[in-house]
Design a protein around this ligand. Sequence first.
Ligand code: UT7
Length: 335
Amino acid sequence: MIFSKIVGTGAYLPPQIVTNSDLQKIMETTDEWIQQRTGIKERRWVEQDKAVGTSDLALEAAKIALADAKIEASEIDMIIMATLSPDHDFPGTGCFLQPKLGLAGIPALDIRQQCTGFIYGLSIADQFIRSGTYKKILLVGAEIHSRGLNKTTAGRDIAVLFGDGAGACVIAATNDPTGSRVLSTHLHADGRFAKELWIQAPGSAYAGPWMSKERVEKGEHFGAMNGKTVFVHASRRMPEVVLEALEANHLKLSDVDLFVFHQANLRINEMVAKQLGIPEDKVFNTIEKFGNTTAATIPIGFSEAIKAGKLKPGMLVATAAFGSGFTWASALIRW
Ligand code: UT7
């Protein structure tokens, strides 16, 4: 039997810190509102006047993950790239990342599963490795949200939540059925809620031109979210999908050593922990420092948890995410 195993992790956050008080200077918001509702204190943004793309952040995280795995980039068989803030509309950001790693020729697959992108990517990597098709896969979640936010009061409900960053994992084949490995992944989507959190334009769904001045004036090129609906569904689906993963593996909540959840809102994660009865010290959060970095939150969480001494070899790790689509997913990993 072949299993997949995370053999290296890396995270890269752009150095520029944007605090809640910095946002207060450009829109009507307060540090108190942001912290009370979301737990976020600060986030990172790339320098707005520098030409840095999501693939550049991805490259930095990938280099750290490769070094951590102690392998050369040339050993990678495939790249899976999860982002909702691509370098360009097409081709996929994986295609921009691939030559930066000197890997011309290997497959580069972009997936558009937003906040759930990393776990969907992990599942895809796991399937390719278990089938024996590939031996080493680079999975990256990266976002530059800061360029696509409406940084005025009209966009404050979304602008205060999101940050830039990248996280990467090297995933490799193993034959050890009891050692470090991905135990299982569980994926879901419900497209009936696709318009509850989306960017509606440009798009092929409209009559007329791909993009118009009117659509730009209406701000349809910025993300729009029905926050309360997302909150309610996230708080329900995340515990549900964690329990699904445990049940599939005949494990109990108390068997899990660390929970690394998606970072959309500290209050969501507190609610999930409360519903599941998980002690606070078993949940690892980064949202206070980095905000919501969408597809990057989970690999950044792994890296930061390792750095903080909270994630160690042999631990059982549960991860779960919920986001636009709606999509939600979980994975159980023996670290
Ligand atoms: O990973 C992607 C998935 N996204 C999520 O999981 C987000 C889920 N949703 C949430 O986290 C919450 O809904 C938010 C934090 C986004 C918003 O919290 P809320 O308690 O649902 O607030 P609200 O949208 O109902 O807004 C309450 C008030 C409104 O004012 P009025 O109408 O009561 O006068 C908003 O205009 O807060 C106002 N408001 C703000 N005030 C200061 C909205 N954004 C801000 C802001 N600063 N940034």
